[in-house]
Design a protein. Structure first.
Lengths: 103, 156
């Protein structure tokens, strides 16, 4: 199982700014190991962010997203104390959800 | 003698069925990510990527802003901020023209979420980077910017 995400959610004016740092190899499938065999692709394909059960962002990623992906976005309608949940799914079908409280 | 051969045959048959079942299982998990647009992620050019997302010819727009370093020392981690002032922005994608596959990431922006994304991508070499915006009425707009890469992010 993958390591937990680091999520920060802060009020910036009347919007919530969310910053997420995920822990993932994001292997492209383009690289070769020392024996010349291709290293299979292993990357996050889908990311969903929800606030009070409502989706505030969803993303499709390719293997070009950098290793240990960073993502930041802003949405309206949140207030301090609310929870923001982030879920990712990778191409192996692994899944991880983490939650943060808006500060 | 004959009997054991039958058993072996049956055994292999069973294994084949199991294999098929596993393949089917894999396939099922695969289709569970139907929202991952494989066709779009396999494309190599902006025109093809837009086509795979169901659009026509994209128009260049000054309302889309890409913020990034002009020179990236390390192509493995290049930070980008894309922002759109195009009305009714529904989704925003980041594309790197000279990467093996052009599409890096695509973000759906529901109402209430600012059309503003900050993320980091890999770049194999110096390339134009394109921010592509899709509006609610299905039109596509883009802006591009050249980013020089000193050290590629796709090598071993």
């Amino acid at each position: 199982m993958a390591d937990p995400m680091k999520i920060r959610a802060n009020m910036v004016g009347d919007k919530v700014e969310v910053k997420v740092l995920m822990s993932h190899e994001m292997e492209t499938g383009q690289r070769k190991d020392s024996k010349g065999a291709a290293i299979p692709a292993w990357f996050i394909q889908n990311v969903t962010a929800t606030h009070n059960g409502k989706t505030v962002l969803s993303a499709e990623w390719g293997p070009a997203v950098a290793k240990n992906p960073f993502l930041s976005f802003r949405f309206a309608g949140g207030k301090p104390g609310d929870k923001v949940a982030i879920t990712w799914t990778d191409n192996h079908g692994d899944k991880r959800t983490d939650e943060a409280t808006i500060a | 003698m004959d009997g054991s051969r039958r058993r072996i045959l049956k055994g292999t048959g069973g294994a084949a069925v199991l294999g098929l079942a596993m393949a089917a299982g894999l396939f099922r998990t695969g289709s569970a990510w139907a929202e991952w647009n494989k066709a779009a992620f396999d494309t190599k050019s902006l025109a093809d990527a837009v086509k795979a997302m169901g659009g026509g010819a994209p128009a260049e727009s000054k309302d889309i802003v890409i913020t990034s370093p002009d020179i990236a020392e390390n192509g493995a981690v290049v930070p980008f901020t894309i922002a759109s002032k195009v009305p009714n922005t529904e989704s925003m994608a980041l594309l790197v023209e000279k990467n093996p596959n052009i599409l890096a990431a695509n973000f759906q922006i529901p109402q209430g979420t600012e059309p503003w994304i900050n993320t980091r991508v890999k770049m194999g070499q110096t390339s134009n980077v394109i921010a592509l915006v899709k509006t609610a009425d299905g039109k596509f707009y883009y802006a591009s910017k050249e980013v020089k890469v000193t050290l590629g992010g796709c090598g071993g």
